[in-house]
Design a protein around this ligand. Structure first.
Ligand code: 13P
Ligand code: SF4
Length: 394
C-alpha cells in the first residue's frame, strides 16, 4: 500500500519544514543546504561566523533553547525580556532570534526598518499561537458584538500569538502581555473596560485573573472557536469578566495535579515551582508560580540544600539543575517534556543562518507586513509601557 500525504487543511498538522500554511506558524519551507548535525566543526564554524559579523549581529536566546544554541546567545531571557532587548539594540543590522516564530515577529515589529530579523529555522512555530487564527478571532468578536459586550471588552493577547492577532488586539484598544506582566495587563484592561477577551492561553488568563486579581472562577468562561457562538450563550458572555480563548501550551499543559502529589511523596520537603501556562489545578497544588525569569531568580535565591521540582520546559530545568549543584532541582514530570518547536533551532540551522549572513545572504528573514505591524506595534508598545513586569504570585 502506498502512503498518500493528506491534503493540507487549516487543522492538518503539516510535516515540519515542508509545504506552507500561511495561517499558522507550522510547516514552512526552510531553504538552503544545512551542515550535517554530525559535523564536529559546527561550534568552531558558529564562533567564526559570529566573530566575523561582530556588532552587526545580535543573537537572542530564549530560555527553552538547546544548550548547543544558547552558548552563542548574546543575551538570554523570557519573551518579555527578549522583546525589550531586541528593541534596545538599534546598532545591529541583523537580529538572529533563537526562539520561536511569534517572538521573531515581535522583534521585527519593535526594531528599526533597516534591521533584519532572522529565525534560524522557519518551522520553529508554536502550537499555542496556532490555536488562535486571525479569522477565528474576527468571528469571535462578532459573537461578542451580537451579545452586546464587544464595546466594553478589552482584548489582551499573550505574546505567544501571531502578529495578526497582536494587530487585532491593538486595533481594538488592547495590549500584549507576557507571563511576567499578565497581572498588570489585566488590571490595565479592567480600568478601561468591564471584561477581557484573553488570547490564546486559557490557563495564563485564568491563573492570573483568579490568583493575582481575585476574580472568582465562575466569572471566567472559555470561548471555544470550534463551537457555534464559542459554545457560550449571550447571557454567559454578559455575566463573565474573563472570556478565555480555548488555547493551551502543549508542553506546560502536560503537567497534572497527580505529578505534584507524586513528587511531594517522592521528595520530602520539596518546593514546587511552576509556570502559569500550567493548568489551574496544577498551579493551585504548587507552592510558587511565575514566568521563566521568575523561576530562574527563585532558584538563584533558594537556600543551599533545598529541594525543588520545576514545571516548565526541560532544557531550562536541566540547565538550572546544573547551575545549582548545591540544591536538588528535579523535573516535575518524569517523562521528557521539551518544546519540540523551540528545539527546531539547532546548531546546523544556526550555523547556516550565520554563515549566510557573512556572505550577505539573509536567509529565513521574518518580516511582518506593514499593515499588520502598525497595530501590532501599538499593542506591544502598550505592554512595554506597563512599567516593570509583575514577577509572580504565590
Ligand atoms: P515566557 O518566556 O513568557 O516565560 O513564556 C514561556 C513560553 O512558553 C515561551 O514560549
Ligand atoms: Fe509554544 Fe508552549 Fe513551546 Fe512556548 S513552550 S513555544 S507556548 S508550545
Amino acid at each position: 500500500m502506498t502512503f498518500t500525504e493528506p491534503a493540507a487543511t487549516p487543522l492538518a498538522l503539516l510535516l515540519l519544514g515542508r509545504g506552507a500554511d500561511p495561517d499558522s506558524e507550522r510547516g514552512v519551507d526552510c531553504p538552503g543546504e544545512l551542515p550535517p548535525a554530525s559535523d564536529p566543526e559546527l561550534v568552531a564554524r558558529a564562533s567564526a561566523a559570529k566573530a566575523t559579523l561582530g556588532d552587526r549581529v545580535f543573537v537572542l536566546g530564549h530560555h527553552y533553547q538547546r544548550d548547543e544554541v544558547i552558548q552563542f546567545a548574546d543575551v538570554t531571557g523570557d519573551s518579555f525580556k527578549l522583546a525589550r532587548d531586541a528593541a534596545a539594540r538599534p546598532q545591529s543590522e541583523y537580529i538572529v532570534f533563537c526562539g520561536v516564530h511569534f517572538m521573531a515577529e515581535s522583534a521585527d515589529i519593535l526594531t528599526a526598518p533597516s534591521q533584519q530579523v532572522v529565525l534560524p529555522d522557519l518551522a520553529a512555530g508554536c502550537s499555542m499561537a496556532d490555536m488562535a487564527g486571525y479569522q477565528q478571532v474576527v468571528e469571535a468578536w462578532d459573537v461578542l458584538t451580537d451579545a452586546g459586550v464587544a464595546a466594553t471588552t478589552i482584548p489582551i493577547t499573550y505574546m505567544n500569538s501571531s502578529a495578526a492577532i497582536k494587530g487585532f488586539t491593538g486595533e481594538h484598544g488592547g495590549a500584549v502581555c507576557t507571563s511576567s506582566n499578565a497581572g498588570r495587563a489585566l488590571r490595565w484592561a479592567l480600568e478601561r473596560g468591564e471584561k477581557v477577551l484573553f488570547l490564546p492561553d486559557q490557563h495564563l488568563g485564568r491563573n492570573t485573573a483568579v490568583l493575582e486579581l481575585g476574580i472568582p472562577l465562575d466569572k471566567c468562561v472559555v470561548f471555544d472557536p470550534h463551537r457555534p457562538g464559542g459554545g457560550l450563550t449571550p447571557e454567559q458572555l454578559r455575566d463573565a469578566t474573563m472570556i478565555l480563548w480555548r488555547g493551551h501550551c502543549s508542553v506546560h499543559g502536560r503537567f497534572s495535579a497527580q505529578n505534584v502529589a507524586d513528587v511531594r511523596a517522592r521528595i520530602p520537603g520539596v518546593n514546587i515551582l511552576v509556570h502559569p501556562e500550567c493548568r489551574h489545578e496544577v498551579v493551585l497544588a504548587a507552592d510558587l508560580v511565575g514566568s521563566t525569569e521568575f523561576i530562574i531568580k527563585t532558584l538563584d535565591a533558594a537556600e543551599p540544600g533545598s529541594s525543588w521540582a520545576v514545571g516548565t520546559e526541560l532544557n531550562l530545568v536541566r540547565r538550572l539543575a546544573a547551575a545549582h549543584p548545591d540544591k536538588r532541582v528535579a523535573f516535575l514530570e518524569k517523562t521528557v517534556c521539551y518544546c519540540s518547536t523551540m528545539n527546531r533551532i539547532d546548531l546546523p540551522h544556526l550555523v547556516h543562518a550565520l554563515e549566510s549572513l557573512v556572505r550577505g545572504d539573509v536567509v529565513n528573514r521574518i518580516s511582518v507586513e506593514p499593515g499588520i505591524a502598525t497595530n501590532a506595534r501599538l499593542a506591544l508598545e502598550r505592554m512595554l509601557a506597563l512599567a516593570q513586569p509583575v514577577a509572580a504570585s504565590d
